[in-house]
Design a protein around this ligand. Structure first.
Ligand SMILES: [Zn+2]
Length: 338
C-alpha cells in the first residue's frame, strides 16, 4: 500500500514536471518588444517597390502592377498537426490571401527550398494562380506537380546564375546551402524525385537543394537568403541594396560558424539595409501577431542580437518587419543608385 502511494506520487510529480517543461519550451524564445528600436517605421508609398512580410521567408514584392512572391507559405499548420498528421494547404485561407493581396498579379513564386515551411502551399497556389510561374529546384517542382491542375508550362527549374525576366523584375537564382541539420531536419541534399502525393508527412518535404534569389527591379537590387547556410565565396560578386537574411538557428551554431555566415553574407553583399527573416513561430496562424520561435526550436532573440551587432559594426541598418504592413523599399533605401 505504502509502495503504491509512493509510485503514484512519483508519477504525478513526473507529470507535473514534464508538463511544466513542455509549457516552458513551447513559449516564445523572447519578446519582440525588446527590439522596438529596430522595428520598421511606417513608410508606405504607392511609388517604387513595396515588400510585405508574412513570416518565415514569405515575402511579397509589389510594384503596383506586378508582384513577385517568395515561398508563399501561408497555411502554417499547428505544431500538433505537423507532429500528428499529414500536412496540407488550407485552400480557403489561400483564396482569402489571393483576394486580399491581389496575388493574381504575381508573376512568379520563387521557392527557396522544399521543406514544408517554404513549399507546402506551392501546389494549391499554382493551381489557383494559373498565370503564375513557379521557380525552384526539381524537388520543389515535384511538389507543385502533386496538383493535377498545375500546368507544365507554369514550372521552371531554377538554375544557379541563370537570370529570368519576370515582368519588370529580373530574377537570378543562386545555389545556396541550408541551415546546418537538426534531428528533425536531417535530410539536406535529399530530393523529391517523383510528384509528391499530398497531403504528406512534413518529413516527406525533402530539402532538395537551396537557392538564394537576387531580384532586380528598376535600379534596386535585393537579395533574399532564407536559410542560415552558405557556399563559401558564392556571394563575393553579388552586391545588393537590401538583404533579407535568414537567422534561424544562428545562435545555436558554434561561434566560428556564426562569424563565417555573417562574413559570407552581410560583409560580402554589403547591403544598406539588412532585414532578418525566418525567426517567427510558424506553428502560429498569420491572423495572430508574429512572435519569436519557441524555446524548444530556437533562441531567436539571441540570433537577432548577433546579427544586429555584426550589422552595426559595418554601418548596415537593421530593419525588423514584424507584421505584413507594406514596407517601401524605394523610400527606405537611401540606397538608390544616383
Ligand atoms: Zn528548411
Amino acid at each position: 500500500m505504502k509502495l503504491g502511494k509512493i509510485i503514484v506520487t512519483t508519477i504525478l510529480i513526473m507529470v507535473v514536471i514534464l508538463g511544466g517543461m513542455g509549457t516552458y519550451l513551447r513559449q516564445p524564445s523572447g519578446q519582440l518588444r525588446d527590439f522596438d528600436a529596430w522595428q520598421a517605421k511606417s513608410n508606405t508609398s504607392a511609388e517604387g517597390l513595396n515588400v510585405r512580410f508574412f513570416g518565415v521567408s514569405t515575402l511579397l514584392f509589389d510594384n503596383g502592377q506586378e508582384q513577385i512572391l517568395i515561398d508563399g507559405f501561408f497555411s502554417r499548420p499547428t505544431l500538433w498537426q505537423v507532429l500528428s498528421s499529414k500536412v496540407s494547404s488550407d485552400s480557403r485561407l489561400l483564396q482569402k490571401f489571393i483576394q486580399e493581396e491581389q496575388l493574381d498579379q504575381t508573376q512568379a513564386i520563387l521557392v527557396t527550398h522544399s521543406h514544408y515551411d517554404h513549399a507546402l502551399d506551392i501546389p494549391e497556389l499554382a493551381a489557383l494562380l494559373p498565370q503564375t510561374q513557379i521557380i525552384g529546384s526539381n524537388s520543389t517542382l515535384n511538389i507543385a506537380r502533386s496538383h493535377p491542375e498545375v500546368k507544365a508550362s507554369q514550372l521552371r527549374r531554377a538554375v544557379s546564375g541563370q537570370s529570368l525576366r519576370s515582368g519588370q523584375f529580373k530574377v537570378t537564382p543562386l545555389a545556396s546551402a541550408h541551415t546546418p541539420p537538426t534531428p528533425v531536419n536531417d535530410d539536406l541534399g535529399e530530393e523529391i524525385t517523383i510528384p509528391l502525393k499530398l497531403p504528406a508527412k512534413f518529413s516527406e518535404f525533402k530539402e532538395g537543394g537551396s537557392f538564394d534569389y537576387l531580384i532586380e527591379h528598376d535600379r534596386q537590387r535585393i537579395l533574399v537568403k532564407a536559410s542560415t547556410g552558405f557556399i563559401p565565396g558564392q556571394l563575393k560578386d553579388v552586391q545588393a541594396d537590401i538583404l533579407f537574411l535568414g537567422i534561424a538557428q544562428l545562435s545555436r551554431q558554434p561561434e566560428d560558424y556564426q562569424k563565417s555566415y555573417l562574413q559570407q553574407t552581410l560583409a560580402m553583399v554589403k547591403p544598406k539595409i539588412v532585414i532578418p527573416i525566418h525567426w517567427d513561430d510558424f506553428f502560429q496562424p498569420l491572423d495572430q501577431p508574429l512572435q519569436f520561435l519557441p524555446r524548444f526550436a530556437d533562441n531567436a532573440p539571441e540570433s537577432m542580437r548577433i546579427l544586429i551587432k555584426a550589422a552595426e559594426a559595418q554601418q548596415i541598418q537593421v530593419v525588423l518587419l514584424s507584421n505584413s504592413q507594406p514596407y517601401n523599399l524605394l523610400k527606405s533605401a537611401s540606397s538608390q543608385v544616383p
